[in-house]
Design a protein around this ligand. Structure first.
Ligand SMILES: Cc1cc2nc3c(=O)[nH]c(=O)nc-3n(C[C@H](O)[C@H](O)[C@H](O)COP(=O)(O)OP(=O)(O)OC[C@H]3O[C@@H](n4cnc5c(N)ncnc54)[C@H](O)[C@@H]3O)c2cc1C
Length: 594
């Protein structure tokens, strides 16, 4: 199989090099190889091989990738930030063949129609992108086939396990709060609704990642002899022949090699990985490159600029759930994982994310959010009726064990369209030089992101306390309300009838406590994007609508760094879509399969 940890010495030149072997990269490599099996392609991936690694293929082991000892992640650590209670933001990104799709939380969701239309680039409207969103998926379950795919390589289903009593109460309570259950909130238009979760899991219980669905089958079928993959090899930079990309230099096992690409170089290292590769190659903001001692080839100030990520808060609650209804047993170490795997227990084909919703505030909420928020609302949301302010997820389990023991559930909420911006830059020419990273969380004007998180906290709390599985809050995992606050922690030893509960009332002092709590705990759902935007060059764009880097021939970018604006969704579907669209652009430009 042409997958190596050390590239054979006789491979010195190929037609196409893809730097990075993540979600979008696996799609691009596979589609190009299908279009013309004689085309020689080399994928260079920094992380290890993914093939049949159970922590990847078995959904319920997903959390293992985030352990501090993980070999499949890079942990990007920012500077301590005053907006985060002087904490640094820590953003893990995938480092393994298959990228984020191989290590993520397997939650399926798509952005809204107006998200893609707002990208405002020819060929990238929602209508024009829909064929690519459909192309990668086989959607199992009730859906409109005009919107979902039925024969793509990635199976979307509910997997092999769920906890219907938890999802039922989530749906019931959400409906009472005005968010009706819908079969599909990933139809590009539905908002103010909840859904039973769909997952990147096959009906048989296997994770659906880009390496196993696209790349590995082609590396093994004998029909793609010119498709090569080298893992554990980190791309340092792109090489050039004048103003044309001519190959890449990478380090592998301490050895540096340069391989030529006669037709095309595609950088697909993800929103955190692509800017460093471009900047080490001399493509980026002049001042950043000069500070890092890298000669400027193309002055493109947009490289590494405008980083964004959804702000996420996850709130953990006590529950009456049984041990076999959550994945707490993985975190506490009480699950017999080898036995469960050997028996093929149905729970192994589960990610414990049970329900999801896309929510907008009502007029009363907007009144509480204040005039500055109202201004933003009127500008960005009021007339874009498909735009949620936040996404909400019901999780069967807690983030961390607690001394009291027991089973937990959590509610996770994230900002759909953050206003904060950060950056990702190099500080030197070497592949191991530290990166200058700032996730930018909460640095936006007028604290719109913090207000959104505060609103989302209150909303998810009203849902959580009405669920019939709820048994209480953890005092140390919630805002430090004063002893006489009406909003302080609740505890019940039995289910409370949701009809008897009035919404919490919050004073200005309570709101300040909520804000402090959020600043100290906010994290990322690992949805980095926008660091090499597809936009006009004068608007800090890095690539045009054909994904070509401005000022250079033969160099494209295909990953989530190209997103000009955010999507109200978990981002994996957008990465698959970008991969499919990029492959199509390349197939046409290179005249493959004609
Ligand atoms: C922990 C986690 C949980 C997530 N949960 C969900 C979820 O539940 N649902 C959802 O929809 N989305 C989720 N996401 C987000 C989603 O998986 C990503 O947005 C998506 O996979 C990004 O795709 P990409 O192609 O842009 O980059 P990636 O898939 O990240 O690929 C980039 C690849 O480039 C490689 N690379 C980087 N630098 C170099 C270099 N110099 N040389 C060689 N290779 C390099 C990396 O190792 C990586 O494999 C999650 C992500 C993470 C990390």
């Amino acid at each position: 199989m042409p997958l190596y940890t050390e590239l054979p010495a006789d491979i010195e030149s190929v037609d196409v090099i893809i730097a990075g072997g993540g979600t979008a990269a696996c799609v691009v490599a596979s589609r190009l190889s299908d279009a013309d099996p004689s085309l020689s392609i080399l994928v260079v991936e920094a992380g290890p091989n993914s093939y049949q690694d159970p922590t990847i293929t078995v959904p319920f082991l997903f959390f293992s990738h985030l352990m501090p000892t993980s070999k499949t992640m890079t942990f990007h650590v920012g500077q301590p930030s005053p907006f985060l209670g002087d904490r640094p933001a820590i953003v893990p990104t995938a480092k393994v063949l298959g990228g984020g799709s191989a290590v993520n939380f397997l939650m399926y969701s798509r952005g809204q129609r107006s998200d893609f239309d707002s990208w405002a680039m020819p060929g990238w409207s929602a209508d024009e992108l829909l064929p690519y969103m459909k192309k990668f998926e086989t959607y199992h379950g009730k859906c409109d086939t005009a919107v979902h795919g039925t024969d793509g390589p990635i199976h979307i289903s509910e997997g092999t396990f769920s906890v219907p009593r938890a999802t039922d109460t989530f749906v019931h309570v959400s409906e009472k709060m005005g968010w009706k259950e819908q079969p599909d909130i990933s139809d590009l238009k539905t908002v103010n609704a909840v859904q039973r979760a769909k997952r990147y899991i096959s009906p048989q219980g296997q994770r659906q990642d880009a390496s196993h669905a696209y790349l590995h089958p082609r590396l093994m079928d004998g029909k793609h002899p010119n498709l090569h993959v080298v893992v554990e090899s980190k791309v340092v930079s792109v090489t050039f022949d004048g103003d044309r990309a001519s190959g890449v230099t990478f380090v592998s096992g301490g050895t540096t090699r340069t391989i030529k690409a006669s037709k095309q170089v595609v950088v697909s290292c993800g929103a955190c990985g692509t800017p460093p590769v471009l900047e080490r190659s001399g493509i980026g903001a002049k001042d950043v490159l000069e500070r890092a001692n890298v000669p400027v080839l193309v002055d493109l100030p947009g490289v590494g600029d405008g980083y964004e990520d959804h702000h996420t808060m996850t709130y953990q609650y006590k529950s009456d759930l049984a041990a076999e209804e959550t994945l707490d047993g993985i975190i506490t170490g009480t699950f017999d994982i080898p036995g469960m795997l050997q028996r093929g227990d149905k729970i192994t084909g589960w990610n414990c994310l049970e329900g999801t919703g896309k929510l907008r505030p009502d007029d009363k909420d907007l009144g509480h959010l204040g005039p500055q928020f109202q201004e933003v609302w009127d500008r960005d949301f009021k007339n874009q009726a498909d735009r949620p302010l936040t996404l909400m997820v019901l999780i069967m389990g807690g983030e961390e064990p607690v001394p009291e023991g027991g089973q937990h559930f959590s509610m996770s909420v994230f900002t759909a369209y953050p206003y904060s911006r950060g950056h990702m830059h190099i500080t030197g020419p070497g592949v191991d030089d530290p990166l200058d990273f700032d996730a930018g969380l909460f640095n936006d004007d007028n604290s719109i992101d913090l207000l959104t998180c505060r609103w989302a906290y209150k909303k998810q709390r009203e849902v959580a306390r009405r669920l019939n599985i709820f048994r209480g809050e953890f005092k140390d995992k919630m805002p430090a309300y004063s002893a006489n606050s009406k909003a302080k922690a609740e505890e019940y030893n039995k289910a409370v009838s949701s009809d008897t509960l009035a919404d919490h009332e919050y004073t200005a002092e309570d709101d300040a406590a909520i804000d402090e709590f959020i600043k100290k705990r906010v994290s990322t759902p690992w949805h980095s994007l926008g660091t090499a935007k597809m936009a006009p060059r004068e608007a800090k764009g890095v690539v045009d609508e054909t994904l070509s880097v401005y000022g250079i021939k033969g160099l494209k970018i295909a990953d989530l760094s190209i997103c000009p604006k955010n999507v109200a969704a978990h981002t994996n579907a957008t990465a698959f879509m970008v991969g499919e669209k990029a492959a199509d652009i390349l197939i046409k430009e290179l005249g493959l399969g004609a």
